[in-house]
Design a protein around this ligand. Sequence first.
Ligand code: ZN
Length: 136
Amino acid sequence: MTGLVKDITDWVGAVQVNSALRERIELWRDKAQALEDKVVELEKENAALKEAAAKMQNQLTKPLTSSDYVYHKGAAFKRLPSGGANSEFVYCPKCYQTMGSPHGIGVFQCSFCKHHAGFSGHELSAIQRELAKMIA
Ligand SMILES: [Zn+2]
């Protein structure tokens, strides 16, 4: 019992009140206690969320290294913290820039260093399935 609930309890103990008023005051005290309990619960939840946000922020700002990627058929795919790899985006294994497939059907090429992957845009879904099996 802290703060408002203690004040209510102390006040009720110090003054003469009839039973109807006492009942009403006890109801308010119970509501105040429920609010104080909720504040404690929300403060704990807020602290946990702040900690999780700080961890995620740290992951976002951490520079990636070659071990943060999975390599397959001349391309690199970002490893996911949960395991596996994000196969939606294809990266150059030499300079780690994104690679594109001309018109979604050509061979993936790095726009920065011109490295070619070993597959074309129309093969991407097969590459994604291979990648999923490799990592599983
Ligand atoms: Zn490149």
